[in-house]
Design a protein around this ligand. Sequence first.
Ligand code: CMP
Length: 140
Amino acid sequence: MAIERTFSIIKPDATKRNLTGKIISKFEDAGLRVVASKRIQMSQAQAEGFYAVHKERPFYGDLCSYMVSGPVVVQVLEGENAIAKNREVMGATNPADAAAGTIRAEFAESIEANSVHGSDAPETAAEEIKFFFTDAELVG
Ligand code: CMP
């Protein structure tokens, strides 16, 4: 299995409730390593650019407002099959559908305030990592 990198966001609902440590433990317990991490206040322009792929969706405006409603933790996670593994640990986008034990089943408040974001494919992982990190910030 290939060693991959994926991009993760711990969202405002989780940072507000002081859940960053509990969420990072779930990643680490699954064998993912945090190779870059920073807590930031996302700007409106960053939120709109990051989620541009959803521009035509009815939830786009609310999603961007929500993502700037508090600090987030952006991270790069590394490990075997990291993209799929991260998605497994996060659980389904809608917490109502998320499997027991996943981050979203345990912590998410709604489909919007769903605690975490993770890349869905190698191409998006590379783009999303570049959106928030320089190469020098990926420290292993
Ligand atoms: P995320 O993985 O960050 O990618 C896009 C986000 O849009 C998603 O998680 C949800 O938090 C949010 N979202 C809000 N409403 C919906 C919806 N109806 N369907 C999918 N995603 C939604």
